[in-house]
Design a protein around this ligand. Structure first.
Ligand code: GDP
Length: 531
């Protein structure tokens, strides 16, 4: 028991969120570098990388040089076992990106110092706030021209509605970037660029106190003065550091640095590991399930199809929420109502897939799935059935009308569509009281349309016709006994339903959503399904 508790307490499971190009991959690589998980930066992702290892299972992936599905990276640092959930961010942005956040205990938000809060950061942040997880901010690219740090703090607070607490403060930026002032130790950490910025070298640090004359060599008198002023202002004006507010996602500790040149990454990692929570209890019905207990439990948050092309296998990713996993153990699949043996389990490491024999609450493992699991399912041991709250359905942003080319292949078409939908790659809708001959497919990331087309053709031998639709917003109608036909809507708003019979509306603009709300008293619309 003591061992179990210790193992769980030393775990940190988090996701990194950012807008494309803010530096998420670079930061991830540098973090892995400290953990010794990779010797050379540049192997997590890269268009030219020969070691494109994590999931090269699909042609689209290879052609594009991007990873379609997110993976889990685990490494040890300073006695902690760190799990980074990699959230797909570029063209491969998808509902999986959101779902991954449901498995995390904390998030690191990477912000480009020149750009501030960007569109995708806002979306991902919103999903994090659904669970009130702690959010740490890394303001990246200080070695380049950056915006005023006070402006950046204000923007985070105004746009995201979270308070900020700068843990350190930058001294200049771009060519004039001299380092950061650490607010707790009151020391300066000097930035020494080796001019190459290849990012592999771990820089030595110089430490000196504010006001120390030896700093004159490092920073000019005006910069020194400006820093002293900034710090005075910060100490007087910013929110107090409140651990409770950090842990409930109301106050974000902010760090400045430069992932590419490896500046500020290690201090960030240390502080992050100190302040972020170990695996937290999770809600099952009215009960809170403590992680350190003998009962093993976890839930499936992502399903990945056909890792092995020769088979129709799938891998179901499970977040372990309590107890210890041992390979071969028998568990109850709560939703399926059956006992099953977990014989095949894998963990996706930085470079390879490895078989996992043991894992603890906080860890993510991939389970062989012969097609029995659905997203949100709970697995557990013990007499009392645990059932974790389901994973919400996230609002798709792209829509297309899909029809099959050869109507003789109706059965394969329906099977293929349902399969891909069950894995959570697409959402299927239809006209009110419509059939399956013609459906509306919604996706979070446009690449999923290609995935759908590719898989139907390759696995089900079905060609489809796809007509993109102009809708960009979807809302679930929460009022149960409302007939959508009675709603007063703009002419470009569409009424649809999902396969479970839930009623929804498709809108082209936020303006049309407002219109619907203003013209239909009591209408309740939600951005998330089944929360
Ligand atoms: P992602 O899309 O968020 O994963 O971003 P990447 O990590 O791929 O970085 C996008 C680009 O920004 C790449 O060209 C990186 O080399 C560059 N980059 C990342 N971090 C820094 C940084 O701290 N300073 C500078 N100058 N460039 C950076």
């Amino acid at each position: 028991m003591a061992d179990l508790r210790q193992e769980i307490q030393r775990r940190r499971t988090f996701a990194i969120i950012s807008h494309p190009d803010a530096g998420k991959t670079t930061l991830t690589e540098k973090l892995l570098l400290y953990g010794g998980a990779i010797q050379q930066a540049g192997s997590v992702k890269g268009k030219q990388s020969a070691r494109h290892a994590v999931s090269d299972w699909m042609e689209i992936e290879k052609q594009r040089g991007i990873s379609v599905t997110s993976s889990v990276l685990q490494f040890e640092y300073d006695g902690k076992c760190v799990n980074i959930l990699d959230t797909p961010g570029h063209q491969d942005f998808s509902e999986d990106t959101y779902r991954t956040l449901m498995a995390a205990d904390a998030a690191v938000m990477v912000i480009d110092a020149a750009k501030g809060v960007e569109a995708q950061t806002i979306k991902l942040f919103k999903v994090c706030t659904l669970r009130h997880i702690p959010i740490f901010t890394f303001i990246n690219k200080m070695d380049r021209e950056a915006r005023d740090p006070f402006d950046l703090m204000e923007e985070i607070e105004n746009i995201l509605g979270i308070q900020t607490y700068p843990m350190n403060w930058p001294i200049g930026c771009g060519k004039e970037f001299k380092g950061v002032f650490d607010r707790e130790s009151r020391h300066i950490l000097a930035f020494q660029s080796d001019g190459k910025a290849n990012g592999v070298k771990i820089l030595d640090k110089i430490e000196a106190e504010l006001g120390d004359p030896s700093l004159d060599e490092l920073i000019t008198a005006p910069l020194h003065e400006k820093l002293a002023e900034d710090i005075e202002l910060l100490d007087g004006a910013s929110y107090d550091f409140d651990m409770e507010a950090v842990q409930t996602g109301r106050l974000s500790p902010v760090f400045f640095g430069s992932a590419l040149t490896n500046f500020g990454v290690e201090p960030f990692l240390k502080e992050f590991l100190r302040l972020s929570p170990s695996p937290l209890p999770r809600q099952s019905g009215d009960e809170l399930i403590e992680p350190a207990q003998n009962t093993f439990s976890g839930f499936i948050f992502k399903i990945q199809a056909n890792m092995n092309k020769a088979h129709r296998d799938r891998i179901a990713f499970m977040r372990i929420c309590s107890g210890k996993f041992e390979r071969g153990m028998e568990v109850t699949h709560v939703q399926g109502g059956k006992k099953i043996k977990l014989a095949q389990s894998t963990q996706l490491m930085a470079q390879d897939r490895a078989t996992v024999d043991e894992a603890y609450a906080g860890d993510i493992i991939g389970l062989f799935d012969p097609g029995i699991f659905s997203i949100g399912d709970t697995l557990c041991t013990g007499k009392e059935k645990i059932q974790y709250a389901g994973i919400p359905t996230f609002a798709p942003e792209h829509f297309a009308r899909i029809t099959q080319v050869d109507t003789m292949k109706r059965k394969q078409f329906v099977k293929g569509m349902e399969q891909v939908a069950q894995e959570g790659a697409i959402q299927i809708f239809r006209e009110l009281n419509g059939g399956m001959e013609e459906v509306i497919v919604g996706v979070v990331g446009v690449l999923q349309f290609e995935v759908l087309e590719y898989r139907l053709k390759n696995e089900y031998n079905v060609d489809i016709r796809m007509q993109k639709l102009p809708f960009e917003h979807i809302r679930w109608i929460e009022n149960e006994d409302l007939d959508p036909k009675d709603l007063d809507l703009t002419s470009d708003t569409k009424r649809i339903e999902d396969l479970k019979g839930n009623k929804l509306l498709l809108f082209t603009t936020p303006w049309a959503i407002n219109w619907a709300q203003q013209h239909n008293e009591g209408l309740e619309l939600s951005e998330f399904g089944n929360v």
